[in-house]
Design a protein around this ligand. Structure first.
Ligand code: GLV
Length: 320
């Protein structure tokens, strides 16, 4: 008898076809975010699941889903999954590292350029019919070329962002829990500094850390006050790494010049202060969203699920 799996959110039909070669597949192609109760019900008789960052996999759910052997996240970040609880219940958990680094780094640059050069604000002005003449001092922005880029979190995505900075002839500083080997530093042309040094010296600060209790509000009022008043903050990592209340205040008071944000505390809700500010460029958690990459992420999760339920050794196992 085929094992049974559940796919919690809409995926490409090719992914379902691939899974159907191995499993009985039930899928939520309607894409409604399930309540914890609905998810637990759907998973109660399943051997495995492909889930997304909108699904919370915690002790409560695992206690009810006694058949479950594997949970495969369609994301590199996995703060929606309680790994200790998975291990305690003998559930293999996986993510999708590697397949989205370049796409996420590209989008980080889209946020950097749009924020520094005030692109969205200027477009809105034009679309609103307010453009009456060329002005010397119109939408004066921040130069990206030759600026100092500060990268907090120098994993695969942070490094991909750093490599792209050389075309802009930037100075690159980074802060990471651990200093990187010299050959990686030199490939990224990046210098290791403290968080405080980075925040005080960078013109553009970009965040690429996973979300955890240790990175909760890594950027709060104190850190924002260390930044230059001309500097901008970019976040394409996770909501909660930045204290959005403190950020709204910093953007409104001119403590920093702007922010480019793809992730938010409590998303899909967005702090109403951010929605009002013109110096914030906002996008709905789409940094990895190119056609190729979102397909690869879903396929990678499906491959993890097949491996987890057939040989118990998925390539991206998080809790060996
Ligand atoms: C997206 O946010 C991911 O973690 O892959």
């Amino acid at each position: 008898m085929k094992k049974a799996v559940f796919v919690s959110r809409e995926v490409f039909t090719e992914i379902l076809d691939f899974l159907a070669n191995h499993f009985e597949v039930q899928a939520n192609q309607a894409d409604r975010v399930l309540t914890p109760e609905e998810l637990a019900e759907a998973l109660a008789d399943k051997d495995g699941a492909m889930v997304s960052l909108t699904d919370k996999i915690d002790e409560n759910l695992l206690r009810r889903c006694t058949h479950l052997k594997a949970v495969c996240n369609i994301a590199v970040g996995y703060n929606n999954i309680d790994l200790a609880a998975c291990s305690a219940h003998g559930v293999l958990a996986t993510n999708t590292p590697g397949v989205l680094d370049d796409t996420t780094a590209d989008f980080t640059w889209a946020l950097i350029l749009a924020t520094a050069r005030r692109l969205n604000e200027a477009e809105r002005y034009l679309r609103d019919g307010k453009w009456d003449k060329w002005r010397l001092k119109q939408f004066l922005g921040l130069d990206v070329h030759h600026a100092t880029l500060g990268i907090i979190g120098m994993g695969r995505i942070g490094q991909a962002v750093a490599r792209r900075a050389s075309g802009f002839e930037m100075k690159v500083l980074y802060y990471n829990q651990h200093r990187l080997p010299l050959e990686i530093e030199s490939a990224c042309r990046a210098a290791y500094v403290t968080k405080e040094e980075l925040l005080k010296n960078a013109d553009i600060v970009t965040l690429h850390v996973p979300y955890s209790p240790g990175t909760h509000h890594l950027i709060g009022a104190k850190e924002l006050s260390w930044m230059k008043t001309s500097a901008i903050l970019i976040n394409a990592s996770r909501g909660g790494v930045v204290d959005d209340n403190a950020l709204v205040e910093a953007l409104a008071n001119g403590t920093i010049a702007g922010a480019g944000l793809d992730v938010f505390e409590g998303e899909p809700s967005v702090h109403p202060g951010l929605l009002k500010l013109t110096n914030a460029v906002l996008s709905p958690h789409i940094a990895s969203s190119s056609k190729k990459t979102r397909f690869r992420m879903a396929m990678r999760a499906a491959e993890n699920l097949v491996a987890a339920l057939t040989n118990g050794n998925p390539p991206d196992l998080l809790n060996p």
